[in-house]
Structure formats: structure tokens, C-alpha cells
Design a protein around this ligand. Structure first.
Ligand SMILES: *Cc1c(COP(=O)(O)O)cnc(C)c1O
Length: 423
């Protein structure tokens, strides 16, 4: 689409945005009496205004009913997680029985690795992307050690070519074939947290399966950002957090996906009572009888207060629809990219966007390598009411979020960035 660097153009795009009303459903931090330009929804999404009432409802029901709230609360706690299933399935493109909201992200990754990292004979390796989020590296390495193996040997990262920053899709596929029968698991981020590169879930999963490995994805930066089709794309498992694009609050409850083909099978797992058949859970019998759904991976009863937040946030996604969010996101991030490239060109190319421009390989986030005083630029942006993110030594990350950011935000950001890069 053709963009123009003017307030009128930005406001015209906003007036045509079918999702523009969602902005008023969020609390924006303030700077000098107006909303900040909040481009950090990839790190902590903003608070939906409806959250306070949802938590208050549970506190009220707890005060009123005590233990009876498990069945008599407005949203009965016994089955609370079930109220989140339909919208979760929609957000990640899964069947309802394939998803469950539980625990937190790294915990879910561990529980899923128990089932899907089963090293045997020479098939011992985990393949991941260059520089995954550190928590994922710790999880992979500790699981490898748990099996008595050496992470130095067993944890392999696909590296970019010399002088390049992102991974070429064909190099990922080639690496899977190269490792072949040494590969137990391919586990990638849906979107790399540092570069903003999105990976081909379908292609990576199919290739992993061709060589006899499982495929899993950490969708911390994918859920609520990309239009995912987990069921059709066929990975074996996935997990994600809810506090980034899914706006469910710091440390919010997380999600997990297990593909239909694994439900009701005898995959090993670490079990707990909330994974037991819900109709017989209170018989408290000795033998574990797993739920026939992804709920079999639940260990504990649901944390209702964070789930109340997540329920409200997911309902917004249900109303907005990932298809509309993604369509806006491509336009919104496209506008930001175009504005940044214009500013950079006018100033000798100081800003190099490393995130791929192809919408099949990127989401809302742009990662920018700054040639020069990046930290200074970041500090000047912050002083002017722009909330984005700086990763040492030289990466500026920002993500306009289609749920609540506007084209005017992007235009205003451009005006400020132009001043902040003049030094
Ligand atoms: C944000 C993020 C995490 C954080 O893990 P928690 O268990 O939620 O603290 C882990 N992995 C990735 C890829 C992330 O982006």
C-alpha cells in the first residue's frame, strides 16, 4: 500500500480501521498529560480496563461462597479453565481439545519437553534457532542433562550466514536434514524475540517429521501476534505466555497446545490431579486416568485470579478476530517500517531494520540495528514519551500492536524519532 508521512494520512487510516474502538478499552501510561506511544506490547501488553471488575467478581464470589465458589461462583472455579478454551483455540488456530490454559510459559515448556524430548540411541539432539530466549536455552540444556546427556553435544542452534542477521528458511530445512536421525526434537520460537523473524511452522514441522523428530514451538512472541494455524500446520506441541501480545498481566497464566494426534496416547508425562478425568477426579483413586484432551497435561487446579484477567483479554481477541488483527498489523508495522526507512535514508542510513519485510517472516515487531549512539537515541525517545526496548549492544525493538496502537501513534513516533536521531 502507498503511505504518506502526514498526520492527515495517519488519521485517515485510523478512521478506516475496523478495530479502532478497542484502543479505548485499555489503560495507557501517561507522559506529560497524554498517552505514551506504547510500542512494548511484545514485552508486556497493556491492561484491559475490564480486568479490575473481573478480578473483583472472583474476590466477591470467594467472600460470598467460600469453597462453594468452585461450583456456585458466577464463573465456577472447578471448570474455570474451560471458559478460556474456545477463544484460546481461535487465537492459535487449534481444535478446542488441543489447547489448555495452565501454569506459566517455561513451566509448560518443561512439561511438554518431558513428553516430546525422548532421546534414544543416537537420536539425542534438539535443534533450535540462533539465540533463543535465554529461558528456553536453560530449559533445553537442563532437560538434556536430566537425561544424562551433554548440552554441548546435544543442543544445536541454526546460525545465520556470515554477515547476515536472520536465518534463511532454506538453511533451517537443510540443517534438519543434515542432523537427520540424530535429531530428537526441533523446537523454535514462533517469532525470535531479538530479531523479530517469524518462522515457517508448517515447513519446519513437516521436515522434522520427515527425519523422525518431533516439532515444537515457543509462541511467546507468536500468540496474539501472528495468525497461527497450529492444527493444520501440524507441530506436535506449542506453548506461549499471555502477558505479551495477549495482554493478560505480568506473570499471567500461560497456554499449551498438543496436537490431536497425541491426545489419548500413552506419551509419558508428569501428571497431577487436574490432568485426571474430570468426571472421576474427586473419587481420588490411585490410578491416573488422563483427560482425553490437552487438559491431560494440567497438573494443578486453575489459578482463578490470573485466569480472570486472561479470560477478559481473550474475549477481546474473540471479538476482534485474529484475521482482522493480523490484517491491521501488516499495515501498521508496514507504515512504521516505511517511516523509519525514510528517516534513516535522510540521515545516512543509521537505522538498519533486520526484521524481514516479508509478512510471512515477521509479525508486529521491528528490530533495528543502530549504527551509532543507539543507547542515546533510546534514552531521548524515552524522555519524549516513547516506550520501546533496547537490547545491548545495538538493537532497538518496537512493536506497534494492532489491538490498541493507531496509525497516528506511528506517525507521531516518526516525528519524535527524526528529532532524536539528529543527535
Ligand atoms: C517472554 C519469554 C519467556 C519468558 O518465560 P516465562 O516462563 O513466562 O517467564 C520465555 N521464552 C520466550 C521465547 C519468551 O519470549
Amino acid at each position: 500500500m502507498a503511505y504518506t508521512n502526514s498526520l492527515a494520512h495517519a488519521q485517515d487510516l485510523d478512521s478506516k480501521d475496523p478495530l479502532r474502538a478497542f484502543r479505548s478499552e485499555f489503560h495507557f501510561p501517561q507522559h506529560d498529560g497524554r498517552d505514551v506511544i506504547y510500542f512494548t506490547g511484545n514485552s508486556l501488553g497493556l491492561q484491559p480496563r475490564a480486568v479490575a471488575a473481573a478480578i473483583q467478581q472472583e474476590l466477591g464470589d470467594w467472600a460470598t461462597f467460600g469453597v462453594e465458589g468452585h461450583f456456585h461462583a458466577k464463573h465456577p472455579w472447578y471448570s474455570y479453565h474451560e471458559e478460556l478454551t474456545a477463544n484460546t483455540a481461535r487465537v492459535v488456530g487449534a481444535l478446542p481439545e488441543e489447547v489448555v490454559v495452565m501454569n506459566q510459559l517455561t513451566s509448560n515448556l518443561h512439561f511438554l519437553l518431558v513428553s516430546f524430548y525422548r532421546p534414544k540411541g543416537k537420536r539425542v539432539k534438539i535443534l533450535t534457532e540462533q539465540r533463543p530466549f535465554p529461558s528456553d536455552t536453560y530449559a533445553f540444556a537442563s532437560q538434556i542433562e536430566f537425561h544424562g546427556l551433554d548440552p554441548e553435544q546435544c543442543l544445536v542452534e541454526v546460525q545465520p550466514r556470515v554477515g547476515e542477521h536472520i536465518l534463511r528458511p532454506e538453511d533451517i530445512i537443510a540443517k534438519i536434514h543434515e542432523l537427520g536421525d540424530e535429531l530428537a526434537l526441533v523446537c523454535f520460537g514462533g517469532v525470535n524475540f531479538l530479531t523479530g523473524q517469524a518462522f515457517d511452522i508448517k515447513g519446519i514441522s513437516a521436515t522434522a517429521h520427515q527425519v523422525g523428530a518431533f516439532a515444537g514451538f515457543d509462541l511467546a512472541h507468536g500468540a496474539g501476534n501472528l495468525q497461527l494455524k497450529l492444527h493444520d500446520d501440524g507441530p506436535d506441541f506449542a506453548c506461549w505466555c499471555s502477558y505479551k501480545y495477549l495482554n493478560s498481566g505480568p506473570g499471567g497464566v500461560a497456554g499449551a497446545f498438543v496436537h490431536q494426534r497425541h491426545l489419548g496416547t500413552d506419551l509419558p508425562r508428569f501428571a497431577g490431579w487436574w490432568g485426571h478425568d474430570k468426571y472421576e477426579r474427586f473419587k481420588m483413586e490411585r490410578a491416573f486416568k488422563p483427560m482425553p484432551t490437552a487438559e491431560a497435561w494440567q497438573v494443578s487446579n486453575a489459578p482463578v485470579l490470573p485466569m480472570a484477567v486472561h479470560r477478559v483479554a481473550l474475549e477481546q481477541f474473540g471479538r476482534a478476530g485474529m484475521d482482522r488483527l493480523r490484517a491491521k498489523s501488516i499495515q501498521l508495522t508496514g507504515y512504521l517500517r516505511w517511516i523509519i526507512e525514510g528517516i534513516s535514508a535522510a540521515q545516512g542510513g543509521i537505522l538498519n531494520i533486520i526484521t524481514p519485510a516479508d509478512p510471512a517472516q515477521s509479525g508486529a515487531q521491528l528490530s533495528i540495528l543502530v549504527n551509532g549512539d543507539g543507547r542515546g537515541i533510546f534514552d531521548r525517545l524515552a524522555a519524549r514519551g516513547v516506550v520501546c526496548d533496547w537490547r545491548e549492544p545495538d538493537v532497538l525493538r518496537m512493536a506497534p500492536v494492532p489491538m490498541y496502537n493507531s496509525f497516528e501513534d506511528v506517525w507521531r513516533f516518526g516525528e519524535i524519532l527524526a528529532e532524536c536521531t539528529k543527535g
